[in-house]
Design a protein around this ligand. Structure first.
Ligand SMILES: Nc1nc2c(ncn2[C@@H]2O[C@H](COP(=O)(O)OP(=O)(O)OP(=O)(O)O)[C@@H](O)[C@H]2O)c(=O)[nH]1
Ligand SMILES: [Mg+2]
Length: 280
């Protein structure tokens, strides 16, 4: 059979729902999602094979980092542009409920520079009437050359099939890059570390989740087919320790139990999770 591929980067402001869309398309949680900002930090590839076509989705960090430059954002920016550079087509994703036209025009202007086809995706259509978007779509269409517009709800799985059918039309003859059963470029250990980071984003406020690094140091399937996992949380400031541990260790307990539950849901096995907090 004539094999085909297409590489697509998903770009857009933090919280637009990029990771949610990838997870829905792949059918498994490969990229963490959260209502806090800048959830995705590394570029994660989701792989979807439909008949003879391999579609690669590059999940990128939220693009309001295009303009800011401190150390962390430089890395995020690099990961974002790597995704855009490698792709054949760009999906620019918008939270329809939080439209900011000036910001949007700025972003499209910037992304246009790479001269790739752009699809604009209005996400979270469950929160706003589609009618309201029509004049906005017309306005964008007048100003820029946009290949296609889509309205969907990633969270509620509305409009995703239509998007996939359209994307397939842009695929071209080429050998597949990943084997048939791979769903992401990241390994289990990376995904486990990300799940812990997601849990910490949920429970901890302010800057802490952005100032930790997590390493999954041990992952073993036991004879009972239960899984034993050890994760190290590195923090760069002593004062974070007290907050992460919580009163009588209550916070870290909550984090551990919640993360364990999430992993169990994904891996379908009983999980023994051990966390270690290390000050660097
Ligand atoms: N109501 C509604 N919420 C959604 C939809 N899609 C995503 N969300 C929510 O929006 C929030 C952000 O989703 P993410 O997928 O983490 O967003 P992101 O664009 O990957 O964000 P960054 O990684 O920070 O750039 C989460 O709380 C999602 O549950 C949708 O279609 N409708
Ligand atoms: Mg994300």
């Amino acid at each position: 059979m004539n094999s085909k591929i297409i590489k697509i980067s998903i770009v857009g402001r933090t919280n637009a729902g990029k990771s949610t869309l990838i997870n829905k398309i792949i059918g498994e949680k490969i990229s963490i999602q959260n209502k806090k900002i800048n959830t995705t930090q590394e570029m994660i590839i989701g792989i979807k094979n439909i008949k003879n076509t391999q579609i690669l989705f590059y999940d990128t960090p939220g693009s309001n980092f295009l303009k800011i430059s401190n150390n962390q954002s430089k890395k995020l920016k690099q990961n974002l542009w790597n995704g855009i550079d490698e792709s054949d087509l760009i999906l620019y994703m918008i939270d329809s409920n939080r439209l900011n036209m000036r910001f949007l025009y700025d972003q499209i202007d910037k992304i246009k520079e790479v001269k790739k086809k752009i699809f604009i995706i209005f996400n979270k259509i469950d929160l706003i009437s589609k009618k309201k978007l029509l004049p906005i779509i017309a306005q964008i269409n007048n100003k820029f050359k946009i290949e296609s517009f889509f309205t969907l709800s990633a969270k509620n799985n509305i409009g995703i099939q239509e998007l996939l059918s359209e994307l397939i039309k842009y695929s071209y003859s080429s050998k597949w890059i990943y084997s048939k059963d791979e769903i992401t470029n990241k390994d289990d250990k990376f995904i486990l570390s990300e799940l812990l980071r997601e849990t910490m984003l949920t429970y901890l406020n302010k800057e802490i989740p952005y100032n930790i690094s997590i390493v999954t140091s041990h992952y073993k399937i036991l004879k009972s087919s239960e899984i034993k996992i050890k994760q190290k949380i590195y923090i760069n400031e002593k004062r974070y320790k007290k907050i992460i541990l919580g009163k009588n260790g209550g916070m870290i307990k909550k984090i551990r139990e919640n993360c364990q539950k999430k992993i169990k849901k994904i891996f379908g096995k009983k999980i023994h999770l051990y966390l270690e907090l290390i000050i660097q």
